[in-house]
Design a binder for this molecule. Structure first.
Ligand SMILES: [Zn+2]
Length: 141
């Protein structure tokens, strides 16, 4: 990391996850040390806490609570194939990249390897199969 992190380096969803100690250690300590010197970050955290007290659930909080449930494998596959809705793709990326869920990172690497080694059509058909078996592609019977 070059230079001191600033309040603007952190997103609201990262701050919400920080409050729940749900971030990787390096990100936790980056926020912590920024908090000591950056008034703006403290204000933003306070605002998040106030919204919570008021029962307002931000997108970040929804994500944070959904974090306990990893995205389904077909959603990870959808991320690779870019077939997800923007909001879902954003959440899956947040889960995998920002929260750095090891299980999902491994899953994603596995899907990526499959797509790279097997004939690409096969990997895609497999993912389609996952999607259809999960009810993503509904068929009338
Ligand atoms: Zn996960």
């Amino acid at each position: 990391m070059t230079g001191k992190p600033m309040a603007s380096d952190f997103t609201d969803s990262e701050l919400a996850a920080y409050l729940d100690e749900a971030l990787p250690t390096d990100l936790m300590s980056a926020i912590e040390s920024t908090l000591r010197t950056d008034r703006g970050l403290a204000d933003r955290l306070a605002a998040i806490v106030r919204r919570r007290d008021a029962g307002v659930h931000s997108l970040g909080e929804v994500w944070r609570s959904a974090r306990l449930t990893c995205p389904a494998r077909e959603q990870l596959g959808g991320l690779l194939l870019e077939t997800l809705d923007d909001g879902v793709a954003e959440y899956v990326r947040f889960h995998v990249e920002t929260l750095a869920c090891r299980q999902c990172q491994a899953n994603l690497a596995d899907l990526r390897a499959q797509a790279a080694t097997a004939d690409p059509g096969l990997a895609e058909r497999r993912i389609r199969y996952f999607q259809s078996s999960a009810g993503y592609l509904r068929r009338d019977s």
